[in-house]
Design a protein around this ligand. Structure first.
Ligand code: SF4
Length: 294
């Protein structure tokens, strides 16, 4: 197996991929959105600028947005591998990627209000480790911009104002309300990751895990798949559009998961991801060979 130093360098590679390019499915969705907007509309111009910006960043290995966000690593590792080592490697990878300007120094100590200067602080990056029976390690990473994080929301059902009960219709009302309230902030067109059930902490984690899913995939649960398609359609009928300029492209995708809940609680946790849906995945074999995932 690789050493901690070698793991660190592998994770820097994953950060570089995530920071400087968009997954092809996200680019395709942005281009489809641009082509659907009216000629000469602000919406079309905004999406044109976004696509051009991403294309320019890719060749130059430069971050596609000035805010490189919070890195969230989701790792699967073989039985017996040290999660402490993997977390340490991820933290060091963030510091090195920041020194290489692949990430912005993005970590502020809220007590002193000073920027740590190297992109890492307690809780940054977030690293979730899970054991699996596979060989090697699977790394999935998202870089989640601060503007989009501000647009996340958590609801408790029932919700009288939304006439939302403890059922799938109630969940749908909450998600559509969150899209409406974002009003293009957090850099629309966005992608919605949502979770119903769980507690206040686990619900948000699962909502972020949903953001790892490629846009064209389908939820294996038919009711949730139908709800994802329905919210995508209704969300885009709100007319908010890219950056809130009006138009047909307010969201690019909706991904919904669920967790068990306590009888007393029914949370709907929603994470809003901006158009800069920086998502990278890799399988790293025991000999260090990297296979990139879509
Ligand atoms: S919300 Fe996303 S696109 Fe907007 S500034 Fe932040 S990272 Fe960039």
């Amino acid at each position: 197996m690789l050493t901690a130093e070698q793991w660190t360098e592998k994770l820097v590679e994953v950060v570089a991929h995530a920071s400087t390019q968009l997954p092809p499915d996200v680019m395709d969705a942005l281009k489809r959105g641009r082509d659907a907007e009216e000629e000469d509309s602000l919406a079309r111009k905004a999406l044109d600028s976004i696509v051009l910006n991403v294309e320019m960043a890719k060749g130059a290995w430069q971050p596609i947005c000035q805010d490189t966000g919070t890195p969230l690593f989701f790792l699967h590792h073989p039985v017996g591998m040290s999660t402490r080592m993997l977390v340490g490697a991820a933290e060091e990878a963030v510091r090195r990627a920041t020194a290489k300007q692949l990430l912005r120094p993005n970590a502020v100590d809220p007590l002193t209000e000073k920027n740590t200067g190297h992109g890492q602080a307690p809780g940054i990056p977030t690293v979730k480790c899970e054991e699996w029976d596979g060989e090697g390690v699977e790394v999935k990473l998202i870089l989640k911009g601060g503007g989009s994080e501000n647009c996340g929301a958590q609801y408790t059902l029932p919700n009288t104002a939304l006439k939302a009960d403890r059922n799938l219709e109630g969940v749908k009302r909450c998600i559509l309300d969150a899209i409406y309230k974002a009003q293009g902030k957090g850099c629309a067109p966005g992608i919605i990751g949502a979770c119903f059930g769980g507690d206040r902490g686990s619900g948000y984690v699962e909502s972020k895990r949903q953001l790892l899913r490629p846009l064209p995939d389908h939820n294996p649960i038919p009711e949730l798949d139908a709800m994802e398609q329905d919210i995508l359609e209704k969300g885009n009928q709100l007319g908010i559009g890219p950056m809130g300029f009006g138009g047909k492209t307010t969201i690019l995708g909706v991904k919904i998961g669920y967790l068990g809940r306590l009888p007393a609680c029914f949370f709907v946790s929603i994470s809003y991801m901006c158009w800069a849906n920086r998502r990278a995945g890799a399988r790293i074999a025991p000999n260090g060979e990297v296979t990139w995932l879509s």
